[in-house]
Design a protein around this ligand. Structure first.
Ligand code: F6R
Length: 240
């Protein structure tokens, strides 16, 4: 992967937003892979000004993951987060932005339906990724197969702890999720993994410099021909 170290998250956000704006200018039908959580926020904040004079009416998007068993109307469902942080501020067509279906009914088909929808859109052009402190990308927790496709997974205790800040407490964090697989993510044409802060340093080093391992799911990006990793100094501090 190409490693870029920037002074702060805002600089990373500006770099990636420039790249996304260039992509959409060149291809108004561009397909974006959207991450949630704290990491992509600087990208989403930098985008509106850069897309102000760009036609985004045909842009499509696919979220990486969703909680299972959380009402889609819950403010922390990833459907709600994507609507609030991406669709509304950028003026995207909500019908063109997909989030895996974590609702109870139809969950057994949700994974293959999502894969088919990505396929029908022609695949993802640029996939944004954060990284979990346990080395996950999407919600592909340690032990995930590199060939995995969109499916239901159990969140690790570490991930539920890490995400408790978005809820009233860990007891309210769902136990399951539906996530694009590592195999799904690897099919995107460009991967852009962002990480900020010392808490991500060990996971970043294991992902980028460690051996390929299902126990460090993010190490799968080493298999990708076009992966960009953008870090602040703290997240880069365990690199050799
Ligand atoms: C979110 C996702 C996760 C997060 C990761 C880091 O859609 O798939 O892999 O990117 O858990 O979360 P933050 O950015 O909140 O530190």
């Amino acid at each position: 992967a190409e490693i870029v170290i920037v002074p702060d998250p805002a600089t990373a956000g500006a770099l990636v937003a420039d790249e996304i704006a260039r992509l959409i200018r060149g291809n108004p039908d561009a397909v974006l892979g959207l991450a949630t959580g704290s990491t992509p926020v600087p990208v989403y904040e930098a985008l509106p000004v850069r897309l102000a004079d760009v036609d985004v009416s045909r842009v499509r998007g696919f979220a990486l993951d969703e909680y299972v068993g959380l009402d889609p109307a819950h403010p922390e469902s990833y459907r709600s987060v994507i609507t609030r942080e991406v669709v509304e501020p950028l003026g995207l067509d909500p019908a063109r932005i997909a989030v895996p279906n974590g609702a109870a009914t139809g969950i057994e088909h949700a994974g293959e339906d999502y894969e088919a929808a990505i396929e029908a859109a022609g695949g993802i052009d640029l996939q944004l990724l954060g990284i979990g402190t346990d080395g996950h990308i999407g919600f592909n927790e340690p032990g995930s197969s590199f060939a995995s496709r969109t499916r239901v997974k159990t969140l690790t205790a570490q991930t539920r702890q890490d995400n408790a800040r978005f809820f009233d407490g860990i007891q309210d964090v769902p136990r399951h999720c539906i996530t694009q697989g590592l195999g799904t993510i690897l099919r995107a044409r460009h991967l852009v993994l962002l990480a900020f802060g010392a808490g991500k340093a060990a996971a970043v080093a294991a992902a980028v410099e460690g051996p390929l391992s299902a126990f460090v799911p993010a190490s799968a990006i080493q298999l990708h021909p076009h992966a960009t990793v953008i870090l602040d100094e703290a997240a880069a501090s365990d690199l050799r």
